[in-house]
Design a protein around this ligand. Sequence first.
Ligand code: GAR
Length: 209
Amino acid sequence: MNRRRVAVLISGRGSNMGALIEAARDPSYPAEIALVLSNKAEVGGLATAKSAGIATAFVDHKMFAGREEFERSMERLLEIHRIEFVCLAGFMRILSPWFIRQWQDRMVNIHPSLLPSYRGLDTHARALADGVKIHGCTVHFVVPELDAGPIIAQAAVRVHDDDSEATLAARVLAEEHRIYPEALALLAADRLSIRGNRVVTLPARPGVS
Ligand code: GAR
């Protein structure tokens, strides 16, 4: 099977990255994690990736004159590693329309809310403050508008009466770790069709997972 080469972009502990690496250990998984790229040095995610034997790169956004120079440097690395798909996994830099266009329909993100609710930061605290009873996470294609883009997968969790931000975040994170590998598998197997704002899952082809 021709496994598709994926880069995971991180800025921190990389637990979603870890879930993707774990899923890709299965030889029948249609993607391999070929590169983990961080814009922060010495984050937990880089150590996890290295110990899993995955190529890692650190591109310090502070070293560049502007967003575009930083992104061109990332782009070069993605080319060198022959990357076909990009997964953002807690990557906390805003990407320019130029970079997003380079990866149009080939770059996905995980966000800790049921989009389009709670775009941006502090999603769990805001959900608790609003008193919502259902919260969750979303995997979506990346478009220039922040935390928007066609939705591939979502998972909902119940908000408990005694939830704190930490307990709610933990319950959502467990679902993130479940749906992100599932969504990447569909993407890498060419089983996602974008129709306007909707993503339709195509049936598996016989003999292809
Ligand atoms: C995850 O909860 C992810 O959904 C969130 O950051 C966390 C990263 O954790 N992403 C965003 O908020 C993006 N807007 P991880 O490094 O352990 O995967």
